[in-house]
Design a protein around this ligand. Structure first.
Ligand code: AMP
Length: 178
């Protein structure tokens, strides 16, 4: 019997909402039930790869840490390189760094200076778009290495936080919006 294709509604239903994690007031979107279901995981990776075919993307860039899981699988599917953007202090070689504001305090992400060649066609992947600060910082890092961002894609978008505003002018796509 043929396997039923995965719909975004299948993915939406599997995402688990965990109230007050990691702190009071945060509704944490837990993607482990999606990752833990072979059909949903494969379907999600297929949907994130989207309209791209092997040869059309040079590098899939994943954001530390849940973004790695999805981006590495998308990179394999598209026969592209996988490139990590990590929290400051984790990458061993020379890096560019970019800070961004959080509700309280700030965060810094880093990218190896030689992670991609200039003009690289990059697909940026993360699990979730909230305020957009993380993705914005990732795009700034990709500018430093002269990459061309073809698309920024997320499994989940928290629409009420307006993260897209932060990424205005960039091609943003998400599978499931809450
Ligand atoms: P932001 O920079 O505000 O867009 O936050 C996005 C990053 O924080 C992503 O890498 C997510 O993994 C994580 N994140 C933010 N809010 C949530 C949430 N409610 N549930 C799960 N992860 C979240």
């Amino acid at each position: 019997m043929p396997v039923q294709p995965v719909s975004v509604d299948d993915i939406r239903r599997a995402i688990r909402n965990v109230p007050d994690f990691p702190q009071a007031g945060i509704q944490f979107k837990d993607i482990t039930p999606v990752l833990g279901d072979p059909r949903l995981f494969a379907g999600c990776v297929d949907l994130l790869a989207g309209r791209f075919a092997p040869g059309e993307v040079d590098a899939v860039v994943g954001i530390d840490a849940r973004g790695f899981i999805l981006a590495a699988a998308v990179a394999y599917k598209l026969r592209a390189a996988f490139v990590p953007i990590r929290k400051r202090g984790k990458l061993p070689f020379k890096t560019y760094e970019q800070s961004y504001d959080l509700e309280y305090g700030s965060n810094t992400v880093a990218l190896h200076v030689d992670a991609v060649k200039p003009g690289c066609r990059a697909l940026l992947v993360d699990d979730l778009l909230a305020t957009g600060g993380t993705a914005w910082a990732a795009v700034e890092l990709l500018k430093q290495v002269d990459a061309r961002v073809l698309e920024i894609c997320f499994m989940i978008e928290l629409g009420f936080l307006d993260g897209r505003k932060r990424l205005a002018g960039l091609p943003v796509r998400s599978l499931v919006t809450f």
